[in-house]
Design a protein. Sequence first.
Length: 258
Amino acid sequence: MPKINFLCVHKKNLRSKRLAPVLIKELIRRVHLQNIWQAVYTSLDVLPTPVTTCQYWGRMLNPKKLIDVGFSCLRDRMTMNRTVKLYKLPNAPVTPGFREMEPRDVPAVTELLRNYLCQFGVADDFDGNDVEHWLLPRKDVVHSYLVVSPETHDVTDFCSFYSTPFTILGTPNTTVECAYSYYNVVTKTSLPQLMKDALIVSKQKGFDIFYALDVMHNESFLKELIFDPGDDAHLYYYLYNYRLRCAMKPSELGLVLW
Ligand SMILES: CC(C)(COP(=O)(O)OP(=O)(O)OC[C@H]1O[C@@H](n2cnc3c(N)ncnc32)[C@H](O)[C@@H]1OP(=O)(O)O)[C@@H](O)C(=O)NCCC(=O)NCCS
């Protein structure tokens, strides 16, 4: 089924004119022409009827900048110095064999992902072409890393994140660089340790904040790595023309939409 992503109506003069339903109707028409009758999509709004409701958690990488530009606030009874110290990360990844994904890794990453994702109620069904397109590192778009066992030279773990910069209104030339957790699979390293390395490399690359949804096994690292649940930061997942008997938990979802 198609994943509907990046639905967007230009914010200047075109919003609230019911153009979104026109776009959606045209998408549905084109999908039906291919004899496909289901789809998956997300929204920050509540529509009838979510299959699951996920929450974004954010982990500050550059707290001073985030607080200075008003993107985040100081926690109660915290000073800037204590906050900077709390969120400080090592300078380099700690897992032996941790490195950036390369084209030669596509088959191993595809196998890792397929073995991992088959346990979820609704999940991506990646093949090698999908992995190459969506997960091979692409500057300013997607960042993927893996762990190669120093003993066996097998790829044992994989993590990835994509990037979206935010412009801060009212403060010219200020962007907040946001990384979003994408697909992460572990077979040897613990997920919190792997994600700590993902935080370290994202900080090195100049990201200011790292977001993760509470999908798949992400709950196992959110608190330990001091992610904060956003107020009102929900993402609702929907299936088109497919009814589930009951709503799923976010942890039963093996799918991340941008
Ligand atoms: C989402 C967006 C395209 C909606 O357009 P809009 O101009 O605000 O709204 P419109 O007047 O065109 O349409 C409103 C209708 O579309 C529906 N709608 C809005 N977002 C929707 C979505 N993601 N999926 C399905 N329907 C959606 C609304 O429920 C409403 O229908 P209703 O009155 O029957 O409830 C627009 O707000 C936008 O570009 N936002 C920024 C990008 C974004 O957040 N995209 C969502 C993907 S996560």
